[in-house]
Design a protein around this ligand. Structure first.
Ligand code: NDP
Length: 399
């Protein structure tokens, strides 16, 4: 059917690239372009020989002119941005200049402020509309599948959804005392920030990890989980009419939290540059350099993830609850694509979002979050491409 340019060649991109190659009827040709070309070449060497034609390139995704000339030379139907949130705006600019559809999995974040929100990317709406191209924002798992689950619940089971609790549990064990499952810099910025949730039309802010609950997850068992701010709260608060409360919880083990507290207390999670032996270094970037590469966790991680949404609302005047979730096994992911489940659960929805934009099912000029499209084709594709979902019509609710 067409061509995709994939920017970034880290943990998530590797899964998306494997999945594009499995789906060669849609992804006839892909180009993998990233900062370190050798990583792109290594992946190409592993996957070459199938029906999808693969090429590679070096690109600095902070540089719009470089991106434009790469897009103009390859002429992709879509650009799948799997670099870091810092590159979202430059890649969107390049897509605008070349009139190419855009997909990502994380919203823009400036490098010097640990703050992520959609305002910067939503500001591109009119320009994307005028250019006749689609930007699909947040097509990972959370954000991503959690938004699709919400649209699906609203379409099929509720007249009004009043409450959503998004629960992200990872019972994976990689054997290290401390490591992060995706880019450590982005991960640590997220979990050390203040928490917040949406209630009755406004944001309620909490201290980091202030709100803790225990939940008994299907196929995983009981886990401690903590309330975090998360980007889909912002778009769901606007796109789910009548919503009164949305919260996001993620599980963390005690070892992770103890290490994080210690690193925070000694200043290692700071993003303020410091002077070190004549160089300016950012402590968090230095920490990233000494931590295990998330891509290396695949072979050693055992256990499962369970990510889903619990909804509370009404149907035909009757109160109703509904839980939809996916359980993913780290080792099964590793056997299939050589990555652990966190990269897998993000990389598969990125491929699905790109497929739906490429085949026209989810194409609409402008800038959209996933829940603004018909969820059914995405839900079918999740079952087909490795992330089957399960439903519970009488779930235990989070207090
Ligand atoms: P990695 O750090 O493993 O990969 C990032 C890749 O981007 C690397 O290959 C890196 O190059 C490349 N890159 C970084 N800066 C540039 C640049 N300026 N120009 C070109 N390439 C660049 O991250 P992950 O794969 O773990 O995460 C990828 C994205 O997925 C992130 O935005 C993350 O926030 C998001 N994510 C979303 C989730 C969701 O559910 N929605 C969950 C998990 C992650 P190099 O190899 O040289 O470092």
């Amino acid at each position: 059917m067409g061509k995709a340019l994939i920017i970034g060649c880290g943990g998530v991109a590797s899964v998306t690239i494997h999945k594009c190659c499995q789906n060669s009827d849609v992804f006839e040709e892909i180009m993998i372009a990233s900062r370190t070309k050798s990583k792109c070449d290594a992946l190409k060497a592993k996957l070459d020989g199938g029906k999808t034609l693969i090429s590679t390139a070096q690109v600095d995704a902070d540089n719009v002119a470089e991106l434009v000339s790469l897009i103009e030379s390859f002429r992709p139907d879509v650009v799948i941005n799997l670099a870091l949130p810092y590159q979202d705006l430059t890649i969107m600019d390049a897509c605008l200049l070349t009139k190419t559809h855009y997909i990502d999995t994380a919203n823009y974040e400036p490098t010097d402020t640990a703050k992520f929100e959609y305002s910067w990317q939503w500001a591109y709406r009119e320009r994307f509309e005028k250019a006749g191209i689609t930007a699909l924002l947040g097509s990972g798992f959370d954000p991503g599948v959690t938004g699709v689950f919400s649209a699906y619940a609203l379409k099929h089971y509720f007249d009004e959804i009043h409450e959503i609790d998004i629960l992200d549990a990872n019972a994976g064990d990689h054997g290290y005392p401390f490591a992060t499952n995706f880019n450590p810099e982005i991960n640590i910025r997220e979990v050390t920030a203040k928490g917040s949730y949406w209630e009755n039309g406004e944001w309620v802010e909490t201290e980091p990890m202030e709100i803790k609950r225990e939940y008994n997850f299907a196929e995983i068992g009981p886990k401690d989980m903590y309330l975090l701010h998360h980007e889909e709260l912002e778009s769901l608060a606007l796109n789910i009419p009548g919503i009164k409360r949305i919260r996001f919880f993620m599980t963390f083990g005690q070892s992770y939290l103890t290490h994080l507290k210690c690193l925070e207390n000694v200043g290692m999670t700071s993003i303020e540059p410091i002077e070190f032996e004549g160089h300016k270094i950012v402590p968090l970037q230095f920490l990233k350099a000494v931590l295990p590469d998330p891509a290396s966790l695949g072979p050693r991680t055992v256990g499962k993830t369970n990510i889903g949404c619990i909804f509370k609302g009404i149907k035909d005047g009757v109160p109703k609850t509904y839980y939809v979730y996916n359980v993913c096994d780290h080792q099964e992911c590793y056997r299939e694509v050589g990555s652990q489940a966190i990269s897998y659960t993000t990389g598969v929805p990125a491929m699905i979002g790109a497929m739906l934009v490429m085949n026209g099912t989810w194409r609409k000029p402008g800038v959209y979050n996933v829940e603004e499209f018909d969820p059914d084709p995405f839900m079918d594709a999740l079952n087909q491409w490795g992330l089957p979902w399960k439903e519970d019509f009488a779930p235990t609710l989070v207090k």
